[in-house]
Design a protein around this ligand. Structure first.
Ligand code: NG1
Ligand code: ZN
Length: 549
């Protein structure tokens, strides 16, 4: 390590003294103007991680669904996964070290993790369309360079595209080519082959309106469009040409406000979807003939996908184990439908895709989605081989199913939840099954629900167990929630500290919207009283239709 050079360059990316940030569920996230030193230091850390794993490491500059003024950074581990937990701690230490302690922390990490400093390092970098992202990604590059790492700057990418690049590079090209054309080709080839098998499906099935949250998804979808044009026609809205990123649009807005985005005209029964700001989340929706808005969230996406996969497996005659992974935010109706009607085992993990991803890896086929639309399906290597063999050997009908499965495996991003890839899978399934958006929606009816946020002095006073469904501390809180829940039918509620914002999140569902709103409000008051609420006391939801959390 050239300590002199590190000190010199670090001074050019100096940390505002006293600023403390935490590597959360999605990396570091805050106002962009506070992040320059964090970017530089994550460049340094990525080099150490690359040397330790002898693999390419990714660094993504984005704040996803958060406001345009924010930014963030996260590291991507060798197989496209989120950073290992011990390294998340190192990231927090390094980001918070005052200038004069930075070198010592860097050396500590290298020693603790037995990093061979002579080893080569390679880092790939991507960024979203935020005005601050270009400069911040340059700071990452400064950090990489000063520690002697090699790098490739992909420039503008969706988050899942960067995960894809990392995965490709660390699997010797077997997964795909680590270029943007490689990504487009792999996905669109699988999509076109798959949809060729659809017997029905005229135009009405094949056109889709996409709200791109004024983000990177618009750019990438436009680039990709001509690769799959025979199979699907997409109409892009909120493409960044005028509106502000994530403002009154995008998957997070649509899901949390339970209403359509601005800037998109929706005719009745038209199929629409929204991406978030870095295109790793997707939700669908439509207006029915009476003008009512219907949201099709991650839970219903997981249901469509897992039921289709199960059907294909039955057709091929393979008894592979398939599991669905959700979080506590999954709508109770979805869990019930999956378990009782579809007879698919369902598992619940803590919030944050790394937990879901990890659990999904335990199955031959693991489908995981957060209710907010972040998810994918994972296929074990053994399954992939079995399916490839079946596609060669089986008789006609079975072979067709095996071929479809083969294409679906290629179409899913195995490295991360990916709005583009999920969209193509969903469109293919709808076409193959001849399903309209209403028929898909009718699989089950969501229980009315409400999410709220409560400000407390220190959200760490709340600790949880049972995949965040029960509060362990502060004392008395869970008992209070239990008593409130008893007052309503088909009800459920839980609270947890957010991993990305300084708030406690409250979730409630019940048999009517009114009950869900009441329950959520009452639980918020319990949190406010028992967990050290600050500021104004939580107010009841002012209307029945989608007051934000
Ligand atoms: P937190 O802030 O921990 O609730 C939010 C989302 C997660 C996940 C992360 C990362 C909800 C309730 N929570 O986490 O699902 O997407 O952001 O972006 O949607
Ligand atoms: Zn995102």
């Amino acid at each position: 390590m050239d300590l002199g050079a590190i000190t010199k360059y670090s001074a050019l990316h100096a940390k505002p003294s006293g600023l403390i940030l935490q590597y959360g569920t999605a990396g570091f996230r805050t106002k962009a103007e506070h992040l320059d030193h964090v970017m530089f230091r994550m460049g340094l850390l990525a080099v150490l991680r690359s040397k330790q794993t002898k693999s390419t490491i990714g660094v993504m500059v984005t704040a996803s669904h958060n406001p345009e003024e924010d930014n963030g950074v996260k590291l991507v581990d060798p197989l496209g996964e989120m950073l290992a937990p011990s390294w998340e701690e190192h990231a927090t230490c390094l980001a918070n070290a005052e200038e004069q302690d930075m070198q010592r922390v860097l050396i500590d990490i290298s020693e603790k993790e037995a990093v061979n400093l002579q080893q080569d390092a390679f880092v790939v970098i991507g960024r979203d369309t935020r005005p601050s992202s270009e400069k911040l990604s340059q700071s990452v590059i400064d950090g990489v360079t000063v520690l002697g790492g090699q790098f490739h700057d992909y420039g503008l990418l969706t988050t899942p595209q960067l995960h894809y690049m990392v995965y490709c590079r660390n699997t010797g090209g077997r997964y795909g080519k680590a270029t943007i054309e490689g990504y487009y080709q792999k996905l669109s080839k699988a999509f076109v082959e798959l949809t060729k098998q659809a017997s029905c499906g005229g135009d009405e099935y094949r056109s889709l309106k996409v709200d791109c949250a004024n983000g990177i998804g618009a750019l990438k979808l436009r680039e990709m469009e001509h690769y799959f044009s025979q199979g699907l026609s997409v109409q892009l809205f909120n493409d960044g040409s005028k509106g502000k990123l994530n403002h009154l649009c995008g998957a997070d807005f649509v899901k949390s406000h339970q209403k359509p985005p601005q800037g998109m005209e929706i005719k009745s029964n038209e199929r629409c979807c929204s991406f978030d700001g870095d295109a790793d989340r997707i939700v669908y929706y439509y207006h029915d003939a009476d003008g009512h808005f219907h949201l099709i969230d991650g839970d219903k996406i997981a249901t469509l996908i897992s039921s289709f996969l199960k059907e294909l497996l039955v057709e091929i005659g393979e008894s592979l184990n398939i599991g669905v992974v959700q979080t506590a935010y999954a709508n109770g109706s979805s869990t019930r439908y999956l378990e009782e009607v579809m007879k698919v085992p369902v598992y619940c993990t803590k919030t944050g895709v790394k937990h879901l991803h990890h659990k999904a890896q335990e199955f031959d086929i693991g489908v995981y989605f957060e209710a907010n639309g972040h998810g994918t399906a994972l296929f074990s290597t053994a399954v992939e081989m079995k399916i490839k063999q079946s596609a060669e050997q089986l008789e006609d009908k079975k072979r067709k199913a095996a071929k479809m499965l083969e294409n679906i495996i290629d179409l899913f991003n195995q490295a991360a939840g990916d709005a583009i890839s999920d969209m193509l899978v969903i469109e293919a399934i709808l076409a193959l099954k001849g399903l309209t958006v209403q028929q898909w929606d009718a699989l089950y009816t969501d229980l009315p629900n409400r999410q709220l946020k409560v400000q407390v002095a220190d959200r760490r006073v709340i600790s949880t167990t049972n995949a965040e469904r029960q509060a362990v501390t502060p004392p008395g809180l869970q008992e209070a929630i239990n008593d409130l829940v008893k007052k309503y039918k088909l009800s459920r509620a839980f609270v947890r500290p957010s991993g990305t914002e300084d708030v406690v999140r409250v979730y409630a569902e019940a048999d009517s919207q009114e009950s869900a709103d009441h329950l959520a409000h009452e639980v918020s008051l319990a949190v406010f009283q028992l967990a050290g609420g600050i500021g104004e006391r939580p107010q009841p939801a002012s209307d029945g239709e989608g007051t934000p959390h």
